[in-house]
Design a protein around this ligand. Sequence first.
Ligand SMILES: Cc1ncc(COP(=O)(O)O)c(C=O)c1O
Length: 423
Amino acid sequence: MTELADYSHLSTVYSHATDHIITGGKGCELYTTEGKTLLDFTSGIGVNSTGHCHPNIVAAIKEQADKLIFSQINIVYNEPVAKLCAQLKRIMPEALDTYFFSNSGAEAVEGAVKLAKHATGKPNIIVLNGSFHGRTHLTMAMTTSKTVYRLKYPNLPAGIYVAPFPYAYASGRTEEEETVHALAEMELLLSTQTAPEETAAIVVEPVLGEGGYLPTSKGYLKGLRELCDKHDILMICDEVQTGFGRTGKMFAHTYDDVTPDIMTMAKGLGSGMPISGIAYKSELGKKWITGTHGGTYACNPMAVASAVATIETLVDEKLVENAAERGEQLMNGLRALRQKYPCIGDVRGRGLMIGLELMDGDKPDSTLPDKVLKEVYKRDMLLLSCGIRRNVLRWIPPLVVTEEEINRGLKIFDEALGAATCI
Ligand SMILES: Cc1ncc(COP(=O)(O)O)c(C=O)c1O
């Protein structure tokens, strides 16, 4: 390792999928110090939705840097944040008309839970099994996608209850049966573990992310909305990974035609600048006591300028529509590979958020993903795995991905799967 590439003082707590050192990127490609061009189908775990270094985003950041890098929101207002509120108002469900900004997805979830506690005066939160909500102590307690995220970090905050996520492919039930079953389990939780009068909110990822790229089964979110209304519980949709066009609609909860009371957002909002937030109904905000929440970097002008340019770009360049079209192409291509590879099980998702389960007969194959990823990486493509059963390959290319790039990704995957399974 040369002196310039000495990472020996970098914390070893970060895991690394590859050892590549990146010098730059454009669109769906990343360039390495070894002169390689990588096809990036990870988008920095769903962050680079507008691709790497989209000219609109670069220009917005440069322009803002010339004017003002930081001013503190508890002391003064900055100009870009008013623009961001106006942009969000344009693309959000009408009822979600008030916005709070922070830096990371976990902070957004923390904010949503703090708001829910003030708005309802109730202490408990329900999450779904397989969820990933972050790495702070509260969000670790809300995360059930893998034990490693909470390993040796006792004690986690109390008051978090876990209900089943509808997972028809694993249970063998039909989608309709799974929806009924999961909602019945939620009712059971409310009658056996945390009473409605003690439950502030239910937090749901409309498409389970880290837990397996698994859309909620048809009608589940609608049923959950009705259940929340019946019991006077707030519905929080965590759209940190699904938001801003990733699923072929601007927000994934709209697939079930429901409106949550609170929605979290991050990742795709800032095109790589650290910005997150929550959108909520203004009547809830009346009960959120001023000064009880905030953060030094909230509404950071640079990050906000990037978010404004991101939303403009998503709309102007029809990237949400592109996500739907390219997602269909990718889904069809992956499903076609099932003829050749019996190890490919369920291929599901929405837009450009697609999960592919690797199976050994009728059992999940938790060892194959690493072998396949090794072969994918050898062929200069980036892809990730996920899933509570450790057997899902997750597909999240940037929303600017082209037809040719999807075909290139499919070809590399075909070769890699062939090499890993010796077919
Ligand atoms: C649905 C969801 N919520 C919350 C988070 C946490 O976001 P962050 O890592 O920015 O804290 C993630 C991260 O992957 C996520 O996918």
